[in-house]
Ligand binder design. Structure first.
Ligand code: ZN
Ligand code: ZN
Length: 544
């Protein structure tokens, strides 16, 4: 008996020693001496966090508690949704400012909208339609996990005018790792949770795509925790059960792995609404940088662009752990490097925005993940402004062919009435209640070999909505695009060349002569079952 006990203890001790040796180092400590003023207005936060409102395992209080333990000042919650739930007002919970945002599923992957009021209809469908809706609603949109190995999640629309991009997403990073690396991180997680998670990081290829975007316009990059509080249930809640403790990674471990820093104009006031505005403003202006806290901690960064004559001096300063270097990235890659302080002169009319990376010699990954990633700071003050919403040309070419007669198409359970007057046609509709079952109501009209390049419509809904404009061939294949329509009246121009395959069709739109129908569709892409309303078409024409 004693021998069994002794050998068990020896075995346990041996395993502990092995795990301890394998475990990653503690984060390097960065000295903040002499940095008080900047430290007072630099606040750490976690961006991209799920709660029990979607697929996370802890509620808001549990997330706030974990964030408080990790030393964070704010958390941006991004539960999955269609943006029709009114966001919770900002509030301090356990000293942590909780901000409520939403992660929207689109045909082109996930898109996070922050600082946005509730949407008047469900946001979804084509990625560029959601980007446009987020802009119209005044939100700030961020392409989520563009590196995700899961195609359905990955943001893939490279041309849409996104405001921000996740340059790294902790939940995507581990998915491409070898079993060996994962196994080791799983073992050492119990010794050093955040450090073990960080061993799974690499330098994401999204940084290259971001640089390509920066050559054309401003896009803010953020590190995303994508924290769910582990796959176990109720991981962070007070009533811990044995099973709940196996939830990996916990919110706290995620928050200690990586985070963002908002650099504010002044220190926070303690008033939730005011402080939320300050943090959102910093993010919108790109006054925010990302840190892999599990490698070194804490972090500060001071960036200035000082004009003098025909040149601008870019100044970057940061306290660094030993061996750390600041690297200045320009339009053609690295342009300068140094420890602690960097100075670089660029011509004043440079349009490109430069950015900083902080790199550490022992960073994990192949290639190694940067420890710190700033947003662009530029000679000209290039801030991110939402690109204008596309509006069809006001003048109408004289090639209008027809106001065409409309009829109704719908699923059997939904209802629709069509009223035609001398000057307009009105659709009164009600999508069937109950479970989602491909409910739709459409106005349809037939084509007979007409030659045209676009369909022009003047549409008047009874409330803000998004409708699909589609074309169909004899064999039932469809192409379309959705358009925002407003009760104030909305001119819609659907260019055939810009329509995309719908429901199983593929490739480009066939020549207009081969099209047999036009459809104006209200369906579950941007409406819920049971939705009823009216849609008036004041004019319709085919344009050559
Ligand atoms: Zn996602
Ligand atoms: Zn997510």
């Amino acid at each position: 008996m004693r021998r069994i006990l002794t050998s068990t203890l020896i075995a346990l001790a041996a395993v502990s020693v092995v795990l301890f040796v394998l475990a990653p180092a503690r984060p390097a400590r960065v000295s903040m001496e002499g940095w008080d003023a900047l430290a007072a207005r630099t606040v750490a936060g976690a961006y991209h966090v799920h709660t029990t409102r979607s697929d996370g395992n802890g509620d808001k209080a549990a997330v706030a508690a974990a964030a408080a333990r990790a030393g964070l000042t704010f958390v941006i919650l991004t539960d999955h949704g269609d943006a029709t739930r009114p966001p919770d007002p900002p509030e301090y919970v356990q000293g942590v400012l909780m901000l409520d945002a939403v992660e929207i599923s689109t045909d082109e992957g996930h898109y996070v909208a922050i600082d946005m009021p509730r949407a008047p209809y469900p946001l979804g469908g084509a990625g560029d339609a959601v980007v446009e809706d987020v802009h119209r609603l005044g939100g700030f949109g961020i392409a989520a996990h563009p590196d995700s190995p899961k195609a359905a999640l990955r943001w893939s629309d490279t041309s849409a005018p996104i405001d921000g991009i996740e340059w790294i997403n902790a939940d995507s990073e581990w998915r491409d790792e070898s079993r060996r690396r994962l196994g080791r991180a799983g073992l050492t997680y119990f010794f050093r949770p955040a450090g073990s998670l960080a061993t799974l990081l690499d330098r994401p290829s999204t940084l290259d795509r971001w640089d390509a975007l920066l050559r054309t316009r401003g896009v803010v990059a953020l590190a995303a925790a994508d924290a769910h509080g582990g796959p176990g249930r109720r991981v962070e809640d007070q009533n811990r059960t044995f099973f709940s403790t196996i939830g990996i990674p916990s919110y706290e471990a995620s928050f200690r792995e990586l985070s963002v820093r908002a650099v504010l104009e002044q220190r926070l006031s303690g008033k939730a609404a005011e402080d939320a505005r300050a943090i959102y403003t910093a993010i919108r202006r790109g006054n925010v940088f990302s840190v892999i806290d599990a490698l070194a901690w804490p972090a500060l960064l001071d960036l200035h662009a000082v004009p003098s004559g025909a040149t601008v001096t870019l100044l970057a300063r940061a306290p660094l752990p030993s061996g750390g270097q600041l690297v200045l990235i320009g339009p053609a890659g690295e342009v300068a490097r140094g420890a602690g302080e960097l100075k670089f002169e660029v011509p004043r009319e440079t349009d490109y925005a430069y950015r900083i990376e902080g790199r550490l010699p022992a960073a994990p990954g192949d290639p190694p993940v940067p420890w710190l990633v700033s947003n662009p700071f530029s000679p000209g003050s290039r801030t991110v402004s939402p690109p204008g919403i596309e509006v069809p040309a006001a003048t109408r070419p004289a090639a209008a062919i027809a106001p065409f007669p409309w009829r109704i198409e719908k699923d059997p359970a939904s209802r629709a009435i069509l009223r035609t007057s001398a000057t307009s046609v009105e659709l009164e509709f009600g999508l069937a209640e109950g479970p989602r079952n491909s409910q739709f109501v459409a106005l349809a009209t037939d084509l007979r070999g007409q030659t045209f390049r676009s369909i022009d419509l003047d549409v008047l809904p009874d409330r803000p909505a998004r409708i699909g404009v589609q074309v169909r061939t004899e064999d039932g294949r469809r192409w379309g695009r959705s358009f925002y329509v407003d009760p104030a009246g909305t001119p819609v121009r659907a260019d055939l060349a810009r329509l995309r395959p719908v429901g199983g069709a593929a490739g480009n739109v066939p020549p207009s002569e081969a099209l047999t129908s036009i459809l104006l569709v209200v369906d579950l892409t941007n409406a819920v079952p049971g939705r009823s309303g009216r849609l008036t078409i004041r004019s319709s024409a085919l344009m050559k």
